[in-house]
Write a protein that binds this ligand. Structure first.
Ligand code: SF4
Length: 306
């Protein structure tokens, strides 16, 4: 079935002429929201290694991790081209010279055709943004920036350790350097109405975001969120509610925004709930079928505001 949204995988095929596989890297960074700089406990949903980064090999160099990842993906999928994905924790949380050394090491691995760097808005001083701008000009590059919600009360509840204004400022500064930004958002956060969740799409449109990763709220083991969930304080979405919400969200997004994820990836060993999210392909298929049933697509409900 033809995708009714601007799928990242399709962009990669257009740019590189083949499927390109992401290889996650743990370069040994920390996070200011864990080491006491912005906070101590981390975001309430964050499992080990940062949200969504379980399963990454750590303790070996980026190049070795990428070589190991290449071998697996070449065997399994006959993969030929790769993006080095600095995913674990906050991957700009170090001096610019160190960042340059690590990113260059990753780019020097054969068949690595670009970089994805995930970070927080408070880990982007001017010299780092200038460095990232260089990569944006010389290679295929995306910066992933955690937002989760544009509502400050939600960011506080999540313990993010930054507000929406700092996210917006980081986006504007990066865009001045020509850096493409993919924002992470979570749908289904406690205390947010459906309209508030959907208005996040308008915020992303207005900021000129280039890509988005949409997650559902996962309750992972050994997190503060797990304690709240056990006490019955965290209502979670059912699968069909989530699917409907994602479709509404996509309809409101600018059509050219790259869709880089439509559901989370909790990981069987660490996930407490919702367990339906483990059947990721069923969720993705349900989104495709729902858009088809509606006769709609990404951007159907987007309009340019005066
Ligand atoms: S910013 Fe990322 S790595 Fe840091 S605590 Fe939050 S989810 Fe975890």
């Amino acid at each position: 079935m033809e995708k009714k949204y601007n799928a990242f995988s399709d962009e990669l095929k257009r740019v590189f002429g083949c499927r390109v596989h992401r290889i996650s890297v743990d370069a040994g960074f920390s996070c200011p929201n864990r080491d006491g700089t912005a906070g101590n406990g981390g975001c309430i949903y964050c499992g080990g290694k940062g949200s969504g980064a379980h399963g990454i090999q750590s303790g070996v160099s980026p190049a070795e991790q990428i070589e190991a990842g290449k071998e697996v993906m070449t065997r399994k999928y006959k993969a030929k081209k790769f993006l080095a994905y600095f995913q674990a924790y906050s991957n700009t949380y170090a001096p610019a010279e160190k960042l340059k050394r690590l990113y260059d090491e990753a780019l020097a691995v054969d068949d690595v055709v670009g970089l994805i760097v995930g970070t927080r808005p408070d880990c982007l001083p001017p010299e780092t943004i200038a460095l990232l701008g260089e990569y944006a000009r010389k290679t295929y590059f995306w910066l992933e920036l955690g937002l989760q919600s544009p509502l400050d009360r939600t960011l506080e509840y999540l313990g993010r350790g930054h507000d929406f204004a700092s996210f917006a400022e980081a986006v504007r500064a990066c865009k001045r350097e020509g850096i493409r930004i993919s924002a992470h958002v979570i749908l289904g956060l406690p205390g947010e109405s459906r309209d508030e969740m959907l208005s996040t799409a308008t915020v992303l449109n207005d900021l000129g975001i280039d890509g988005v990763k949409i997650h559902l709220l996962h309750v992972m083991k050994e997190t503060p969120l797990a304690e709240l969930y056990t006490r019955g304080e965290v209502p979670l979405l059912e699968r069909d509610e989530y699917v409907g919400l994602v479709c509404d969200f996509l309809e409101r997004l600018r059509p050219e925004i790259s869709i880089q994820r439509l559901t989370g990836d909790g990981g069987r060993d660490h996930l407490i709930a919702p367990l339906w999210s483990l059947r990721k392909f069923e969720v993705l298929n349900a989104i495709d079928y729902e858009l088809e049933r509606r006769g709609s697509r990404q951007g159907s409900a987007f309009y340019v505001r005066e």
